[in-house]
Design a binder for this molecule. Sequence first.
Ligand SMILES: [Zn+2]
Ligand SMILES: [Zn+2]
Length: 364
Amino acid sequence: MKIKAAVVHEAKGPFVIEDVELEEPRANEILVRMVSTGLCHTDLTARMGFLPMPLPAVLGHEGAGIVEKVGAQVTKVKPGDHIAASFMSCGTCTMCTKGRPSWCADFKKLNFGGRRPDGSTTIKKDGKTIYGSFFGQSSFATYSLVTERNVVKVPTDVPLEILSPLGCGIQTGAGGVINTLKVYPGSAIAIFGMGSVGLSAVMAAVVCGCTKIIGIDVVESRLNLAKEFGATHTINSGKADVVEEIRKLTGGGIEFALECTGIPKVLRQAVDSLMLGGTCGLIGAAPMGVEASLDMQTLLDARTVRGVIEGDCIPDLFIPQLIELYKQGKFPFDRLIKFYPFDQINEAAKDSEKGVTMKPVLKF
Ligand SMILES: [Zn+2]
Ligand SMILES: [Zn+2]
């Protein structure tokens, strides 16, 4: 079928909206009419050519829409259902079997391989291949093919257009706090980087009953936003010694830290600010090959550094939980969103890179 998609033709090139041909859904696939899609940092990383995703490609991995058609084997959803799409996983490797789909052995191939699991591709233009299946969806398009592995049925009493970012950025920040660090009522957490992921983590820390939530950034306006979302303290790391300030605020060190910037120096600060036995979750993605230095004595004192992928969540369970919290007014993630029409995707990307928009969401 003919669809409109934002195609990236070469590394560092712009998104070009054009007509392309999408295959009909196969027996295990679901055709979704996209209603909105979030634009995430990983889309921009892939556009730069920093991921193994081949080009030309249709990116986008935070799609929300309405099921249009399903293949013969699909039972999870039916035409008319509202869905949010998340990351892909194989469902059969050791970690998928253990209920850890974001640790799937084939994560890279299935999410940035540009192809279906069997190696075929879904999109063509004038007979030439355009790579798709980005995170099993390629949602920068009016229609998208997903599978039961990465589709989440969502309730119809919530505006569908706000739900798209739950599939990656928001679940990553919130899941890092709820699923990975497992903070508890009365505990203290320091969150480094107040972008949409870090602010989602702040909201989750409020939900969990953390009584000290320290938001850290170098931009004053983001620190003010952190306070609005429930940070009890903020530190401008461009002006103050963060480790020192956290030790002062906590009487020696913090139990939980979450690194959301991917900057080696910030990871070091996050680990150094931990109390004995404390844990630092690492969400921020540095380019391949970047190394960070840590004091071995600091780690020896029972401290943990733990990588977090997609909030360590099972999207089928976690996204509905976040929606329920939203409905109760406890997780106001929609306040991070700024909507753009689909054809302003390049403006949305620019605003995201400049940091003026927390969470760009494209509407179709
Ligand atoms: Zn797997
Ligand atoms: Zn993402």
